[in-house]
Design a protein around this ligand. Structure first.
Ligand code: 8YV
Length: 326
């Protein structure tokens, strides 16, 4: 961009790591959100009307109505790989490009999936709560006996970047037998490298796995993929792990199978209707609840931010955004 050119106006909906905010200030006429308060629907609509680019996050539901009043915005640079909070068809109709940040949060998110498996199976949240409450009476052979992780069967639903990174950790690190169900199977050679056996049906995976870990995006085909019938296909000793999106699981059905002990427990990082989390889940000892921390390391959040910045910069300079999804 020539130094004399008028700089594009970019509105950023949430606080970002310092390095990312500094880079945005270097490149654009940027409006940061120092208060970090989420934008209301009215504020989002206003941003569409006043900015050339909006850097948004999962906490901004960008519905068709947001574009209704007409828009100046040309690009929505989403900070995150999942973009189900953006009505991409409405953006396209409004002539607005949508981008995401793939690749840079794979390892951090895979780590959290493994952490949830360990936490829920080994009763780590429960143990820590007991100790902090002053209820730990000391070591004893029968205290808080839990389930094994090493050597168990892990079923991965969706073998994209994050699913593969979880498979590698589970197979190489924990000696787990890894099954995967994915609409786009990888080659047998790649599956062998990952230590994964690809199964043809979700039912086969659900019936065999000790842990079912979700790694698919939300789309019409995957909304409530884990419904009551599918949850009931899981083993009664199995755990459900969700670091993908809350909407992939029918949350009411999950509460029901947990209450009925149809499955052994769940480790969740994402919810339907975040940040609200249903009360019954908060009272279950066999459930681990994290506040959407999948990508929450400083280096990852910086890398995500820099990717969003690069999408904006490249689009304003050349009309091409590297991570265009809509
Ligand atoms: C992000 C995520 O922190 O990238 C994603 O899809 O779920 C998270 O890691 C969040 O989406 C930020 O917008």
């Amino acid at each position: 961009m020539p130094a004399t050119a008028k700089r594009p106006v970019v509105i950023v909906t949430r606080r970002l790591p310092d390095a990312v905010e500094s880079r945005l200030q270097e490149l654009f006429d940027v409006r940061l959100n120092d208060s970090d308060r989420p934008f209301s629907a009215e504020e989002l609509a206003e941003a569409m009307g006043t900015a050339d680019g909006v850097l948004c996050t999962v906490s901004d539901p960008i519905t068709a109505a947001i574009f209704a009043g007409g828009s100046r915005v040309r690009i929505l640079a989403n900070f995150g790989v999942g973009y189900n909070h953006i009505d991409v068809d409405a953006a396209r109709r409004a002539g607005v490009v949508v981008t995401n940040t793939p690749g840079v949060l794979t390892e951090a998110t895979a780590d959290i999936a493994i952490a949830l498996m360990l936490m829920v199976a080994r009763r780590l949240g429960e143990g820590e709560r007991e100790l902090r409450a002053g209820q730990w009476s000391g070591w004893r052979p029968t205290h808080m006996l839990a389930s094994d992780v090493a050597g168990q069967i892990l079923g991965i639903v969706g073998l994209g970047r994050i699913g593969k990174a979880v498979a590698k950790r589970a197979h190489a690190g924990f000696g787990m037998q890894v099954l995967s169900y994915t609409p786009r199977p990888v080659s047998e050679a790649d599956a062998a490298l990952l230590g994964v056996r690809q199964v043809r049906t979700l039912a086969e995976l659900l019936g065999a796995a000790d842990f079912v870990s979700l790694h698919c995006p939300v789309a019409p085909e995957t909304k409530h993929l884990m419904n009551l019938a599918r949850l009931r296909q899981m083993k009664s000793t199995a755990y459900l792990i969700n670091t993908a999106r809350g909407d992939v699981v029918d949350q009411e059905a999950l509460i029901r199978v947990l209450e009925e002990r149809t499955i052994a427990g769940a480790g969740l990082d994402v919810y339907e209707g975040e940040p609200s989390v249903p009360e019954p889940l908060k009272h279950m000892e066999n459930v681990v609840l994290l506040p959407h921390l999948g990508s929450a390391t400083l280096t990852t959040r910086e890398a995500m931010g820099m990717k969003a910045v690069e999408n904006l910069r490249s689009y304003f300079d050349s009309g091409v955004a590297p991570d265009r999804v809509g």
